[in-house]
Design a binder for this molecule. Structure first.
Ligand SMILES: Nc1ncnc2c1ncn2[C@@H]1O[C@H](COP(=O)(O)OP(=O)(O)OP(=O)(O)O)[C@@H](O)[C@H]1O
Ligand SMILES: O=C(O)[C@H](O)[C@@H](O)[C@H](O)[C@H](O)CO
Length: 186
């Protein structure tokens, strides 16, 4: 399906990635709102068994994540037009490759932050199924977005508005349109 709008510009198709508590849901929704495209949270795509495992303090493994990533890949493919933003940990390059196999134009926004900042945010988020004890395994599993991967790395140690502003400035996108297809790595 075409991703080019009638004005000849291309809408954003983004995965906001990072460890648990890095702000993917919050920032992803804010970027989607700013761009005027649909938003989805990959947490809503987990089968109950995955949620039960994380709730019990057991990290997911590749076998748990692969069907989930495939479902997210289908969402990306379905949103090639009119674009969209989905929050998804996408911790490993292989996971991102799996998403790119569904939607080759997808770009990643890696919300990068220190363990200290993210642990503090996680701790002040009551009622979420993800226990703080899993943060170490999230950081151990994380393979940061590389310079050869389309997208941006953004520091989370700033307000949500500032993160959205940084995204808009560095990507050249402000309204669902695209200045270029070559958003560059920080
Ligand atoms: N830039 C920010 N500044 C201050 N607080 C933030 C910021 N971004 C997110 N938060 C807060 O940090 C907590 C974690 O954010 P959020 O739930 O969006 O992270 P997440 O990466 O989606 O987590 P998970 O993957 O575990 O669902 C929330 O309480 C959120 O309100
Ligand atoms: O890949 C993973 O281990 C999972 O996606 C987790 O990151 C959680 O879904 C999420 O972060 C929960 O809050």
């Amino acid at each position: 399906m075409s991703s080019t709008r009638t004005d000849g510009r291309t809408s954003a198709l983004l995965v906001v990635m990072g460890v648990s508590g890095s702000g993917k849901s919050t920032v992803g929704a804010a970027i989607a709102q700013r761009l005027g495209v649909p938003f989805a949270d990959a947490d809503d795509f987990h089968p109950p068994a995955n949620i039960a495992k994380m709730t019990a303090g057991i990290p997911l493994d590749d076998d748990d994540r692969i069907p989930w990533l495939e479902a997210i890949g289908r969402w990306l493919d379905e949103h090639d037009e009119p674009g969209g933003v989905i929050s998804c940990s996408a911790l490993k390059v292989a996971y991102r490759d799996r998403l790119r196999a569904h939607a080759s134009r997808v770009q990643f926004v890696h919300l990068h932050g220190s363990r200290e900042v993210i642990a503090r945010r996680q701790a002040s988020r009551p009622g979420h199924f993800m226990p703080a004890s899993l943060l170490d395994s999230q950081f151990d599993t994380l393979e940061p977005l590389g310079p050869d991967e389309a997208g941006l790395v953004i520091d989370v140690d700033q307000s949500v508005d500032a993160i959205v502003h940084e995204y808009v400035v560095r990507s050249g996108r402000s309204d669902g349109s695209s200045a270029s297809s070559s958003d560059s790595q920080a």
